[in-house]
Ligand binder design. Structure first.
Ligand code: NAP
Length: 528
């Protein structure tokens, strides 16, 4: 049952007077429950409890931590269809989409459980002592990763399950051994409430310390208080550039700055290379129309820039793309704010000198997002920064270059991106290696053909890129490598074996892979 309360660990509270309501973007109807925004005292209580829980949670064995993550997945499944219906009702996204998103959410929790058992995330690295080394003895040094402390998590509106309450940031922070405080997203308050209760049920069943997970409702000021709280040690954020940047700046202005891992905006440029484009302009036009319209364009990997060279093939591609997009229905967007923002920002782009919309740009109303494309020549694109910004929704711009030199100039002028796609033949790649090289410096994931929408959750995924795609391009928010954001290395010098953490003991009791004197091995250390 949805309570509308805040959860300070296992304690449900509603001390405040500010009421938030959940909306159905499809018909504007209001859900009956009242959600109570957290007071400063409740926020302080949640963070202090998290800090107290940290001491015992980080000492929980990796196996028990893994079982905890698996139990969260079981508890999410146990909510049943009620969760899917609520998420669909609050987001306007189809019910079927949430079958998949729930599966992804549970699988990533289970994937982190396996990471904990496998052990290489600990980065165990050992240099044994050489007491008789000349001119000075070599000390015994053993390094590993340890958790950093309470982590604040801000989910995004477009993935109410997989990038929210028990999504990738929460899963990776908990896996690393950190308590989590979630700021519930205002666009899916009920979904957040249900998932919070599932996580807390897993806390109880697995006998985890109270405060390892808390959730507070509220708007921007609640989020800001969490970020500024001295006991919060890192932030995971998925959302807009505006929000992510504000939180990043705030975290850096604290007396003790903390890392903010914000995954934000991306236009996901796709370079349509001559050989490939001339082979199938119509097929590619349809493929990209489907990618642009997928999920009403509300994916961080939606292709917002399609860059080609002036030619009959590019004309055919653009014609097919625009016709195919025009045939697609206008579909309800996530919420009124996102729909309004889509038309406002798209409107600002198509009003720019030199930009030509192709199709009907009328707003059908009722929060529905109608796909559209526009075209612009590369010279205009290069001069106008407004055309480089992400438009969140089903909109894309075809950038027409005179030649591949101009294409290279466009690649060099791009902001940092989550993805970049080379729509190319092998010979295009060889011939235009400079464009590939320029694009590779801008992106976290470089695709050869296909479309950027669709993000695999696996060990080798990179979902993050140079700013503004993310605030730390060295990390990913999707896939098991996300755990590295919420750990720090510590080196133990000359510690007696029996006092070392298990991961670093001579006998290798965890049976994990470790680097010993420069060699990766599962061997134990003898005669050290
Ligand atoms: P959003 O408006 O930035 O909100 C994200 C969360 O941050 C919400 O909980 C929001 O609070 C909070 N927030 C926003 N501004 C804040 C501020 N100044 N201080 C403190 N908290 C703040 O993003 P969204 O609407 O959920 O998602 C849409 C955007 O996310 C799109 O631009 C999309 O490109 C991006 N996105 C990126 C990725 C990625 O991996 N890179 C993935 C998905 C989405 P409220 O709940 O009060 O609004």
């Amino acid at each position: 049952m949805i309570t509308g309360k805040n959860y300070i660990g296992s304690r449900a509270t509603a001390d405040g007077s500010q009421i938030l309501k959940a909306y159905n973007p499809t018909d504007g109807s209001v859900f009956q429950e009242e959600f109570i925004a957290a007071t400063p005292q409740e926020i302080d209580d949640a963070v202090n409890l998290a800090q107290r829980a940290f001491a015992s949670y980080k000492a929980v064995s990796y196996e028990k931590r893994a079982q905890f993550l698996e139990t969260i997945a079981e508890e999410i499944m146990a909510i049943g269809d009620n969760l899917l219906e609520r998420a669909s009702g609050e987001s306007g996204l189809p019910l079927g989409r949430f079958q998949g998103e729930r599966g992804r959410t549970c699988n990533q929790l289970k994937m982190f459980a396996n990471v904990l058992r496998e052990g290489s995330w600990l980065g165990a690295n050992i240099d044994t002592a050489i007491p008789d080394r000349q001119p000075i003895p070599k000390v015994d040094l053993r390094k590993m990763h340890v958790p950093i402390g309470p982590v604040a998590v801000f989910g995004a509106s477009n993935f109410p399950l997989a990038f929210s309450t028990a999504g990738g940031d929460t899963a990776s922070a908990l896996a690393a051994g950190n308590p989590v405080i979630v700021k519930g997203h205002e666009a899916h308050l009920g979904t957040n409430d249900l998932v919070t209760q599932a996580v807390l049920s897993a806390v109880e069943k697995c006998d985890m310390p109270d405060g390892v997970f808390s959730m507070v409702n509220g708007g921007i000021s609640v989020g800001q208080q969490i970020v500024k709280h001295p006991k919060v040690k890192a932030v995971g954020f998925t959302g807009s550039v505006k929000g992510g940047r504000a939180i990043f700046d705030m975290a850096n202005q604290r007396p003790e700055p903390i890392p903010v891992y914000a995954e934000m905006g991306s236009t996901n440029p796709c370079f349509l290379m001559p050989d490939k484009l001339s082979g199938d302009p119509v097929g590619l036009g349809n493929t990209f129309a489907n990618s642009v319209a997928l999920g009403v364009g509300q994916f961080c990997t939606s292709p917002g820039l399609l860059i080609g060279i002036q030619s009959s093939a590019l004309d055919e591609f653009t014609d097919t793309l625009s016709k195919s997009l025009a045939e697609k229905e206008a579909v309800t967007m996530l919420n009124e704010k996102i729909a309004t923002s889509y038309y406002t920002h798209r409107g600002a782009v198509i009003e720019q000198t030199g930009v030509e919309e192709i199709g009907d740009s009328t707003n059908p109303g009722s929060n529905k997002g109608k796909p559209l494309t526009a075209k612009v020549n590369a010279k205009t694109f290069l001069k106008n920064p407004i055309l480089h910004e992400e438009i969140f929704g089903p909109f894309t711009i075809v950038v027409i270059c005179e030649d591949t030199n101009e294409m290279l100039a466009v690649a060099n002028a791009l902001h940092g991106q989550l993805t970049g796609t080379m729509v190319a033949t092998d010979s295009d790649i060889e011939k235009y290696a400079d464009i590939v090289e320029a694009l590779s410096t801008k992106v976290g994931r470089l695709l050869f053909n296909g479309v950027p929408t669709g993000v695999e959750v696996c060990h080798s995924m990179q979902h993050g890129g140079p700013y503004p795609a993310s605030t730390d391009q060295r990390t990913t928010s999707v896939g098991t490598a996300a755990i590295s954001r919420f750990v720090r290395p510590i080196a133990y010098q000359n510690w007696p074996d029996h006092l070392l953490p298990e991961a670093l003991k001579n006998s290798n009791p965890l049976q994990i892979w470790r680097t010993i004197n420069g060699e990766l091995t599962k061997d134990e250390i003898r005669n050290s």
